[in-house]
Design a protein around this ligand. Structure first.
Ligand SMILES: [Zn+2]
Length: 338
C-alpha cells in the first residue's frame, strides 16, 4: 500500500463510458478507499454488472440510483460477475440477485473461500487469528477484535468460473482472465470486442492491492509470485483500456502492470537487505516502511502489514534468498548468505 492521490466519493458521478459500458461509484462507508466502481455492460438480454459494492444501506441506495442515472433498472440485471470475494466487491451481489433474479459468478477458488467463511464460527475465527499471530511473534495485546477482522460472508455464487471462460453477456465477448495474487481466485474480465479490461483490484492506477498470506507462516503457497505472474499475464493481453474497481479508469493496463511489478521488486530487494539476523515476521513488519509509522498503525492495519510482509518473505524464501530457521516457534527468517 502506497501513498495515494485520493479522489473523494463526493466528487464521483455515474458515467456512460461509451460502447455500452457505464460506471457507478458505490461508497464504502468508513473506508478511506472511498468507493467501488461498479460497471454495467449492456446486452439485449439485460445488463451484466462487474462487481456490486459493499453491503450497506447507503451503498445499496447509491447503486440503485446510480444505475438508474445510466438508464439501468436494477430489476433487469441479468448477472453479476464478481472480480473477487472481498466485501467491497461481492457484498451487494446477493441483494442484486434478490431484486432481479440475476446469477452471481466468481472464480472457483474464491467460491471455495466464500464457502469456508460462511462455515466458520466466531470462536474458530478467533482461534485461527490468535494462533496465526502467536506464530508470527506478535504479543497477545496486538490482537484486533474479531468484529474488526472477521470478513462478512458474501452470497454463494451460482456459477463458478475458470480461466478462459466466456461470461454470459449476449452480443459481447467477455472472458475471465484468472489473475491470482490479491485473492486466490481474483479475475480480470477482458471485453475482447472492445479492448477493455475490468481489472478489479489487480491493477489500480495509483495504489497497489494488498498481497498477503494467511496464516502468515504458510509455506505451501506464494501469492506474491502468483501476483507478479498475473501482472505479466495482463501485459500479454495486448493493448487494453483499464477499468479498475477503485480510483479511476486509465488507458494502458500493461504499462501500469509493469510499474507495479517493479514496485514489488524494489520492496523485495529492501526486505532482503533487512533480514540480516533471525527475525520474526512481526519484527520484520515493524522494521519495514509503511504509509504510516508502525506505532501509528491500528491493530487491523498491523495485521495487514504483517500479511504483506509475510507474502514478501515467502517470495524471497521461494527464490532462495532467505530461509526460515528449522523448528523454532515463533517462526524466524534470516538471509541465506549470513
Ligand atoms: Zn477492493
Amino acid at each position: 500500500m502506497t501513498r495515494t492521490r485520493r479522489r473523494p466519493y463526493a466528487d464521483q458521478r455515474p458515467q456512460d463510458l461509451g460502447g455500452g459500458v457505464s460506471s457507478v461509484p458505490v461508497p464504502i462507508p468508513g473506508n478511506p478507499l472511498g468507493y467501488t466502481l461498479v460497471y454495467a455492460i449492456d446486452s439485449p438480454a439485460g445488463p451484466v454488472l462487474v462487481d456490486a459494492g459493499w453491503n450497506h444501506h447507503d451503498a445499496w441506495q447509491a447503486l440503485h440510483t446510480g444505475l438508474a442515472a445510466v438508464s439501468v433498472d436494477v430489476r433487469n440485471v441479468r448477472g453479476v460477475v464478481v472480480t473477487h470475494f472481498h466485501p467491497d466487491h461481492a457484498g451487494l451481489a446477493g441483494r442484486v440477485r434478490e431484486e432481479s433474479g440475476a446469477w452471481i459468478a466468481m472464480h472457483e477458488a474464491d467460491a471455495q473461500l466464500v464457502k469456508l467463511i460462511r462455515g466458520l464460527g466466531e470462536s474458530e475465527h478467533r482461534d485461527f487469528q490468535s494462533e496465526m499471530m502467536r506464530r508470527a511473534g506478535a504479543g497477545a495485546h496486538e490482537m484486533p477484535s474479531v468484529a474488526d477482522v472477521r470478513p462478512e460472508a458474501p452470497a454463494q455464487p451460482d456459477l463458478e468460473l475458470r480461466d478462459g471462460d466466456l461470461i454470459d453477456v449476449p452480443g459481447r465477448v467477455l472472458r475471465a482472465v484468472h489473475t491470482p495474487g490479491h485473492t486466490p481466485g481474483h479475475l480480470c474480465l477482458h471485453l475482447e470486442d472492445a479492448a477493455r479490461l475490468f481489472t478489479g483490484d489487480h491493477i489500480l492506477p495509483d495504489i497497489t492491492p494488498h498481497i498477503g498470506i494467511y496464516p502468515y507462516d504458510r509455506d505451501d503457497v506464494d501469492p506474491l509470485a502468483d501476483f507478479l505472474s498475473s501482472l505479466d499475464r495482463v501485459a500479454g493481453l495486448g493493448p487494453a483500456e483499464a477499468l479498475p474497481a477503485h480510483e479511476w479508469t486509465f488507458p494502458d493496463a500493461a504499462a501500469r502492470a509493469a510499474e507495479i511489478r517493479s514496485h514489488h521488486e524494489d520492496k523485495l530487494e529492501r526486505l532482503a537487505a533487512l533480514v540480516t539476523e533471525p527475525l520474526t515476521i512481526w519484527e520484520i513488519a515493524a522494521r519495514m516502511t509503511w504509509n504510516r509509522s508502525w506505532d501509528d498503525l491500528s491493530p487491523v492495519l498491523r495485521g495487514m502489514a504483517a500479511g504483506e510482509a509475510a507474502a514478501h518473505l515467502r517470495a524471497l524464501e521461494a527464490r532462495g534468498l532467505i530461509r526460515r530457521l528449522p523448528e523454532v516457534d515463533p517462526v524466524r527468517f534470516v538471509a541465506v548468505h549470513s
